[in-house]
Design a protein around this ligand. Structure first.
Ligand SMILES: C[S@@+](CC[C@H](N)C(=O)[O-])C[C@H]1O[C@@H](n2cnc3c(N)ncnc32)[C@H](O)[C@@H]1O
Length: 335
């Protein structure tokens, strides 16, 4: 059964949430361009692990089989630019077009940043211009709200699947989000959320954090928040999901994820400076001298890590992409 919220210092929580909110509101476009191509790589696994349109996937292989599935309803929490929403609509359309199923679904995105909600609406329109929010079968909603208290938006047992793609690491009390997900899920429904593997596996974070640690100031003052990599560790994930009432817990690592749109240390630095919340504070809290030292050392280590020599004919120097693997955790609400 769900547990009561853990004790927390609400002043600290408020200050942390305020910092996150302010910085996400500012960072929408840089985040979308800088992180979007990376975080999107986790989405197919996330949707599968949440069970969204999975029950009928096998019918895709046999066009003679047609299945009418019961309505599926997906809630994507901390939806940001809307990658999960657009991918979910694409998946449903693909299945309908292949005549493998008659998909009746609702897709809902929630984020506490109105700028992200606006961007998600724009992206949805670009990717699916034919999708209207009032179509009787396929309903898509994008709403503003807090992941840790969704009671103003959603009643108990409203969704068959809940996802959150790299949202949980930005919450002051992630256990509240787990409890809220449990509450809004229908019995038998699934929650799936992604988080980064901890450094050194995530090379982009490893580079910046080790450089700040070695040549800058790692102790910049900012409101306390939970450990950024809390949901990178299987024991912690299992414990947290169990405490919230979930069963059938699964943890899957998506090892193939790479930061394909980052080609230089300057680009990496600017994405982290303008398109993040806590790392933005860390980088902005450095003195001029520390910033200079960080940029120089970041360039040296980035070049060291990513340069590869291609042999065959004349040897050429090339860059490889930073590896950024994710952990996808999921659990089911008992029937
Ligand atoms: C790292 S981004 C993830 C965005 C997107 N899901 C993706 O896959 O790229 C984190 C998102 O969480 C949202 N967020 C942070 N704290 C939140 C909260 N308490 N309630 C709702 N959204 C929140 C931010 O506005 C931002 O859109």
């Amino acid at each position: 059964m769900p547990v009561p919220p853990p004790d927390s210092d609400s002043d600290d929580d408020d200050a942390f949430t305020k910092l996150e909110h302010t910085n996400w509101q500012r960072g929408v476009d840089v985040y979308h361009a800088g992180f979007g191509p990376l975080t999107s790589q986790a989405v197919p696994t996330l949707l599968d692990k949440a069970g969204f349109l999975v029950s009928s996937s096998s019918f895709l292989d046999d066009p003679n089989q047609r299945k009418v599935i019961e309505e599926e309803s997906l809630l994507d929490v901390a939806c940001g630019p809307g990658q999960v929403i657009t991918a979910a609509v694409s998946k449903a359309k693909k299945m309908s077009e292949s005549k493998s199923c008659c998909c009746s679904y609702t897709v809902t995105g929630l984020d506490f940043s109105c700028n992200f909600i606006q961007l998600a609406k724009k992206n949805l329109k670009l990717d699916h211009p034919d999708t209207t929010s009032s179509s009787s079968f396929n309903i898509i909603n994008l709403v503003e709200g807090d992941a840790q208290d969704m009671s103003p938006q959603f009643e108990d047992e409203s969704f068959t699947a809940v996802t959150s793609n790299f949202g949980i690491l930005h919450l002051s009390t992630p256990d509240l989000f787990l409890q809220e997900s449990y509450r809004v899920l229908k019995p038998g429904g699934k929650l799936a959320f992604s988080a980064w593997l901890a450094p050194p596996d995530t090379e982009g974070f490893d580079l910046i954090l080790s450089v700040v640690n070695d040549v800058g100031n790692p102790n910049v003052t900012m409101p306390d928040g939970p450990p950024f990599f809390r949901f990178s560790y299987p024991e912690e994930i299992k414990h947290s999901l169990k405490e919230a009432g979930f069963i059938d817990i699964d943890i899957t690592i998506v090892n193939s994820m790479e930061w394909t749109n980052v080609h230089s240390s300057d680009q990496l630095y600017n994405i982290l400076l303008e398109g993040t919340a806590r790392t933005r504070e860390l980088l902005r809290g450095q003195t001029k001298e520390e910033t200079k030292a960080i940029k120089e050392e970041l360039q040296r280590r980035y070049d060291d890590k990513c340069s590869i020599t291609v042999t065959g004919g004349t040897a050429r120097s090339q860059r490889r992409h930073l590896r950024m693997p994710a952990v996808i955790s999921s659990g089911r609400k008992p029937l």
